[in-house]
Ligand binder design. Structure first.
Ligand SMILES: Nc1ncnc2c1ncn2[C@@H]1O[C@H](COP(=O)(O)OP(=O)(O)OP(=O)(O)O)[C@@H](O)[C@H]1O
Ligand SMILES: CC(C)(CO)[C@@H](O)C(=O)[O-]
Ligand code: BAL
Length: 287
């Protein structure tokens, strides 16, 4: 595995990879876990060469968020990626990514509004801007993202369509199903912030979501089911719920009742120092 920290060596490394066949990109912020490694293994199924980026992107963190506390463990991450047979690790410095005078911003309206975009103003501008740069830097044939960050995936796909990106093309932006702990909690780098007691309590989030989905699919009133969901998350030991909403799975349009198109239940809640997110499919109402 070749590790590069600046743009010129990255371009040379990727050019050499491309000679052998299609290239996949897996963007991450590091502190790798089984979720990330699943993306890497999936990438290998779609390409000959695999590039993983690790960059804790300051642009997507709001004031008072965990930019400084975010775990940085490049040596450990590098060993994990090496063991997975990754070809290139792209770990740019902040200066390489945002040289002095950097002034551009990509803002994707619509899908980035509400949910995490509501709770974290400016977050998806930061994500879209850095992902657009990563795409231009690596020019991958395919890029892989986790469904755990469902709204992020929708924002990136919208950006790729709107800006006519060809590397990767919008339909080569692949979503990978959320990888979970044995008890059902979604794997996340931020789970590391939890004390053992908080970690045990955190499973209340996916459990309550499963119960709400069963209710909605059985015809329960959506507003009531969502209120009960929020109450159950709090009763489970969370301090607050940022949102718990039923949305159209693709457009992310708000739904107040069961729809006949695929739907998604999305939630974010805070426990101890962590803000955890999750989302799950909700079966469409019969036509
Ligand atoms: N449990 C998971 N299953 C599948 N993909 C995941 C999972 N967790 C993260 N990913 C994906 O890995 C990529 C990099 O994510 P990131 O480095 O932010 O990790 P994270 O665990 O989501 O961290 P955070 O604590 O910041 O949410 C994203 O595409 C994200 O959706
Ligand atoms: C896509 C991403 C790497 C952009 O910084 C980040 O938002 C993440 O890790 O999900
Ligand atoms: N996993 C999404 C990146 C973030 O929370 O900033």
């Amino acid at each position: 595995m070749q590790t590069v920290h600046t743009l010129d060596p990255l371009r040379s490394a990727v050019a050499a990879l491309r000679e052998a066949g299609p290239v996949a990109l897996v963007p991450t912020m590091g502190a790798l876990h089984e979720g990330h490694l699943t993306l890497v293994r999936e990438a290998r199924r779609h390409a000959r060469g695999v590039v993983v980026s690790i960059f804790v992107n300051p642009l997507q963190f709001g004031a008072g968020e965990d930019l400084d506390a975010y775990p940085r463990q490049l040596a450990r991450d590098s060993a994990l990626l090496e063991a997975e047979g990754v070809d290139v690790l792209w770990a740019p410095t902040v200066e390489a990514m945002y040289p002095a005078g950097f002034s551009s911003n990509i803002s994707v309206a619509g899908v980035s509004e509400g949910l995490c975009g509501g709770a974290r103003p400016g977050h998806f501008d930061g994500v879209a801007t850095v992902v657009c740069k990563l795409f231009n830097q690596v020019m991958p044939d395919v890029a892989l993202f986790g469904e755990k960050d469902w709204q992020q995936l929708a924002v990136i796909r919208r950006m790729a369509r709107d800006l006519d990106l060809t590397r990767p093309a919008a339909d080569a932006i692949l979503g990978v199903e959320t990888v979970r702990e044995e008890d059902g909690l979604a794997r996340s780098s931020r789970n590391a912030y939890l004390s053992p007691e908080e970690r045990e309590a955190a499973v209340a989030l996916p459990r309550a979501m499963h119960r709400a989905i069963a209710g909605i699919e059985n015809g329960e009133d959506v507003a009531q089911a969502l209120e009960a969901l929020k109450a159950e998350i709090i009763a489970g030991g969370f301090a607050s719920v940022d949102y718990a909403e039923l949305r159209d799975a693709e457009s992310l349009a708000t739904l107040n009742a069961r729809a006949s198109r695929p739907m998604r239940l999305l939630a974010a809640a805070r426990i101890g120092p962590a803000r955890l997110i999750d989302n799950m499919p909700v079966a469409a109402a019969p036509q």
